[in-house]
Design a protein around this ligand. Structure first.
Ligand code: AKG
Length: 251
């Protein structure tokens, strides 16, 4: 699930058709694809230094929201290679819905907060036994090398295709892992990973003495009318039943 971009691709800011098709295919079949040498090292290093500095100054809460430079750099948000894959997988009408930093701090005393495997988003129709094409993709850009010992994200290949009832049931993962083991997404700085939002994953314990931050950017396919709601005058809404008002919900 790893593609090494060539010098020519880096210089052109575009993946060749062979790489693009492979990336889309891996995203569809594995649920994730790593693109190596996709992000200019200088902006990754700048973000890492700024994040470490934010930690030193006790500003991590603010930094984690990432809505500031250098974390919110357009070269992260509009990385030409991730956008190429995103648009090939979800169409040209895509929108940004989150940008934050996920950090795994050093596990100094061995009792790091328990992280649970999870999905970042569920199937569009979890109640139907059919897997639709991807409609939400997360891009993670590590600010440091992602290694086994510093807690590189563990992913369950192909788990975006699991249809559970009830939805997102973690118990099945353990059983399935005996046949199809989870693996850590190891990658050097300058790489990025695209994940189908339905892929099961978890941040692992960091056994080094330095932080393990990454940018976490969410893209969604835009669905016509999905965010439009009828504007109902207050005086009418006041007279509506709870059930009628529920039809104006946004989540
Ligand atoms: O920090 C990680 O490796 C995983 C983060 C995570 O669980 C998430 O992005 O939802």
């Amino acid at each position: 699930m790893r593609i090494q971009l060539t010098d020519a691709e880096q210089a052109n800011g575009r993946m060749c058709d062979v790489h693009l098709n492979l990336a889309v295919r891996l995203l569809r079949e594995v649920g994730a694809v790593i693109l190596e040498e996709a992000v200019p090292l200088e902006i990754v290093k700048e973000a890492r230094i700024a994040y470490i500095d934010a930690i030193r100054r006790g500003l991590t809460r603010k930094a984690r929201h990432a809505m500031e430079m250098p974390f919110f750099h357009h070269q992260f948000i509009t990385n030409p290679f991730s956008l190429q894959v995103i648009e090939a997988a979800m169409g040209k009408k895509v929108a940004l819905f989150r940008c934050g930093i996920h950090d795994v701090p050093p596990d100094i005393d061995g009792n790091q907060v328990d992280r649970a495997p999870h999905r970042d988003g569920n199937h569009l129709f979890p109640e139907l036994p059919c897997v639709l094409p991807v409609s939400g993709i997360y891009v993670n850009i590590p600010f440091v090398d992602f290694l086994e010992e510093n807690g590189a994200t563990k992913i369950w290949p192909g788990s975006h295709l699991i249809m559970d009832s009830p939805p997102s049931d973690v118990r099945y993962l353990g059983e399935r892992s005996k046949h199809l083991p989870a693996q850590q997404a190891l990658m050097p700085m300058g790489a990025l990973i695209l994940r189908d939002m339905r892929l099961w994953h978890v941040g692992m314990p960091n056994r080094t003495d330095t932080h393990r931050p990454m940018l976490d950017i969410g893209y969604t396919r835009v669905f016509p009318h999905a965010s439009e709601r009828l504007r109902v005058p207050q005086e009418i809404k006041k007279q509506w039943s709870k059930e009628a008002k529920k039809l104006l919900r946004t989540a």
